[in-house]
Write a protein that binds this ligand. Structure first.
Ligand code: NCD
Length: 492
């Protein structure tokens, strides 16, 4: 894929190939040799602040011979005047950006931009330079390059990750990458308020342990320290509760022993790595930051090589399985079913086999009060059935109303036995169920206020969720990559 959006899109083999390429650039990064790529343009669109990521991308783009345009700070963009991220991105793509590296506060902003630009027919590849507290994939690549060069391998090591694990996008990308590697043990050290969300480690073949004490780091080969992400806290009070909790200092180094290496994505904001040890040979965070240049050279080359093979793939609609299609009278006679709630409907839909008690929730999900053209609505609760757990069901008759596959999928998520009976011309019945599906789009709302689907007017029209079987809660926003219970996404 030409875009670099999230470590979730990569396999271990692809990461290794990219790191080989980055490694081959280390010498060139130091010597500043220029191959001929002058025709290409890299636009660095950084409304959020940056030192290392922006500067090393700039240097990397120059070293591989790209033209560059660098925009840093929201005030330097029309976002400041209220323009949407979508519109700004289209402008930059339209000004011949072969690669658009972007850093935004909108979580999922890069993925949204990549899909939207593909859909509009722009050839631009998007690279995620950090999207809110979600992901920072190029940082994970440079972290791995630093570790691989020092340990000589990317397997069989113990890594401690310390600090604000909930809000650090560098941690989220790194943990996703570590999940792909063999024999890795992870020790997570944080205050309880900023623990790593369960879905990053759930159901995966890695050993991860949690602690709130630096003592737990004993035996680590690598210790990755992160700052408390002040700008992601709801209030100063919440931030003050967790700031300054961990300081890695001389005593910590003594406890860790002479082999452990200390890394930090930087910036250090609150002396979480004490200044007394910044020059210690085991503290290699500046070397780590320098690896940003060859890593980003490799990432830029990766996208440039793949620019022409892309294409927008819209989310696949859920499968609708037809259970019966034909005469309503015959269908009911065959089943000997006394379905009194069918009576008022000549034209419309009966949602049947809902779990008892869910009727009102489904009505809320469909936002029936705001739908134009719905006729009579009848909700029946507590009907007897053998087909729904608990032996009781709810059914909703909706006159003159037909559901989209997306609406049916959302209802099926809430109530897996649901069937959808559509009546046309007073006599034809089409009864359907929803088959297995992975993605649901166009319905529901991501509860994360920092999600691009909440911050960008155009992205808001395309809420998209994926169903995951290995993590709880099992619904994941396709853009901000956070997991939520269904009820929070499909609420009234
Ligand atoms: C990080 C970031 O922006 O997420 N910095 C970086 O890119 N090296 C880490 C941080 O801000 O804490």
């Amino acid at each position: 894929m030409k875009h670099i959006l999230s470590i979730a899109d990569w396999t271990a083999g692809e990461i290794a190939t990219l790191l080989d390429q980055a490694d081959s650039f280390v010498a060139q990064a130091a010597q500043a040799a220029l191959p001929d790529r002058q025709a290409r343009k890299a636009t660095l669109f950084f409304p959020e602040p940056s030192t290392r990521t922006c500067d090393s991308y700039d240097e990397a783009a120059q070293l591989i011979g790209c033209r560059r345009r660098v925009i840093v700070g929201e005030g330097a963009t029309s976002l400041y005047k209220g323009e949407s991220l979508s519109a700004s991105g289209r402008m930059e793509a339209g000004y011949n950006a072969d690669i658009l590296v972007m850093r935004t506060k909108a979580e999922g902003g890069a993925r949204w931009m990549a899909e939207m630009l593909d859909q509009y027919g722009y050839r631009t590849a998007v690279q995620n330079g950090g999207d809110g507290s979600n992901e920072h994939p190029s940082q994970a690549f440079l972290d791995l390059l630093t570790i691989r060069r020092r340990l000589g391998r990317l397997s069989d090591f113990t890594i401690g990750i310390v600090g604000d694990l909930k809000n650090s996008r560098t941690v989220h990308s790194l943990v996703r990458a570590l999940r792909l590697l063999p024999d890795i043990r992870i020790v997570l050290v944080s205050a309880p308020e900023v623990r790593l969300q369960r879905w990053y480690t759930a159901g995966l073949p890695i050993q991860a342990s949690e602690s709130d004490s630096l003592e737990a780091l004993q035996g680590c080969d690598i210790v990755m320290v992160t700052r408390v992400q002040k700008e992601r806290f709801a209030s100063e009070f919440d931030y003050q509760k967790v700031r300054g909790r961990y300081v890695v200092n001389e005593a910590t180094l003594r406890m860790l022993g002479p082999k452990a290496l200390i890394l930090h994505p930087q910036p250090i904001a609150d002396n979480e790595v004490a200044p007394e040890i910044w020059a210690h040979p085991q503290v290699i965070m500046d070397e780590q930051a320098r690896m940003g240049v060859p890593t980003r050279m490799a990432l830029l080359v990766h996208s440039l090589q793949r620019l022409d093979e892309s294409g927008f793939r819209p989310a696949e609609p859920p499968t609708v399985v037809t259970v019966h299609e034909g005469s309503m009278r015959e269908a009911l006679a065959r089943k000997h079913e006394k379905a009194s709630y069918f009576t008022p409907i000549e034209d419309g839909t009966v949602i049947d086999h809902l779990r008892h008690g869910l009727g009102a929730k489904v009505m809320g999900l469909l936002r029936l009060s705001t739908q134009v053209g719905v006729g009579v609505v009848v909700l029946s609760e507590g009907l007897r059935t053998s087909k729904v757990p608990g032996g009781r069901k709810a059914a909703i008759a909706l006159e003159h109303y037909f559901l989209t596959p997306q609406q049916k999928a959302a209802i099926t998520l809430l109530s897996p036995e649901a069937t959808f009976n559509e009546f046309r011309d007073g006599s034809i019945l089409i009864k359907t169920k929803i088959g297995t599906f992975q993605t649901i789009t166009g319905i529901g709302r991501c509860p994360n206020p920092n999600c691009v689907t909440r911050l960008d007017v155009q992205a808001a029209l395309h809420p998209t969720f994926t169903v995951s079987s290995d993590a709880e809660p099992d619904l994941c926003c396709h853009y901000c990559e956070q997991h939520f219970p269904q009820g929070e996404i499909f609420h009234s």
